[in-house]
Ligand binder design. Sequence first.
Ligand code: GDP
Ligand code: MG
Length: 376
Amino acid sequence: MTSLRRGRSLRSLREPLVSEVTHPGLSARGRTAEGSDEPQGAQGARAAIDRPGEGTGAELGRRLREGERSAAPAALNLIEDRSPAGREAAAALLAEVSPAALGDEAGAHLVGVTGPPGAGKSSLLSALVAAWRESGRTVAVLAVDPSSKRSGGSLLGDRARIEHDPGDDGVLIRSTAAAGRLGGLAAATRAAAQALAAAFDVVVVETVGVGQSETEVEELCDTVAVVVQPGSGDTLQFLKAGIMEVPDLLVVTKADLGKVARAARRDLAAALSSLGVSETPVLSVSSVPPPEGIAELAAAIDQHRGRLDLPAVRARARRLAALSEFATEHGERAVRAVGGRRAAERTLGELDPALETAALVSLLDRTAREADGERY
Ligand SMILES: Nc1nc2c(ncn2[C@@H]2O[C@H](COP(=O)(O)OP(=O)(O)O)[C@@H](O)[C@H]2O)c(=O)[nH]1
Ligand SMILES: [Mg+2]
């Protein structure tokens, strides 16, 4: 542990942890996969691994780092390929967009948009994406789709998609399946956000959640907006009961409904003020034409970002992501082997804050092995 304290060069650390992709057997496998029924993502990833120098993980990462947005779809395919080769390529990709490789934290604003199904998140994002594009910003949206976790898709009811101009290469919208519980963020979603953050100005993670399930999106994103529709008391209840953390922004949708929307906004503002956090903005928006409150929301999102200590926020996100990935992969026993969550968080907090998630996971791995030996 001690040899990896703050100050040691990042490059020397990265070397043994992340190796370049060299898989002699892969080209053959890639060829047989051609024309098969394999899902597009997997094929894309294979193709990306196959073409040395052009579509390898490292190359895709380098292209994203240089702001080449056309590399993003292939990069996302690679990240979603959870095969051992895919994961190795993804690690090489992520190393290329790490703070060490970028020389700084990724410049994108990572924005979380979360709320119950039907609240109006996707409709709102259609309007927000248009507003951001008008101001010249490029936008990527990762919509984490929980429908795979429920039968028949009844959960989402009449679901609106995020509208955008398909001919505009400044926008990328991608749906990813939620892994684990409702609202849970898969490691792949975190990695995807990190990769996109190198090439887009705004990266949005849209998740379905009420109550505690927005914690993970809060850990990943710089700014989190919780979206509430009028007449639904959940958020209010959760806030009052302390079940839900106070978000950075609260957004009441469907302002066109009038009285009920105004009442919802008033109640939320009153709840926040009774909790002593009256500085948290509560905004009211309408996403149906004519849209209302969108520019104000975009401005409030920017203002929040302006107040952040970004390196600290990102370093914390990497620590929490590492812990979460470590626990997912090795179980709670392994977490106990590193002294429990809090102790592990503290230990990680003493390391170079620019260390990428993969390096932190490897470190936890090593620590657990040292502590627990064979049993771990
Ligand atoms: N009246 C009204 N309906 C809206 C508004 N925004 C969304 N909706 C409707 O609410 C439903 C759910 O919207 P959607 O954006 O899919 O919500 P999501 O599940 O949170 O992404 C759809 O039928 C939308 O047309 C709005 O501003 N006003
Ligand atoms: Mg939606």
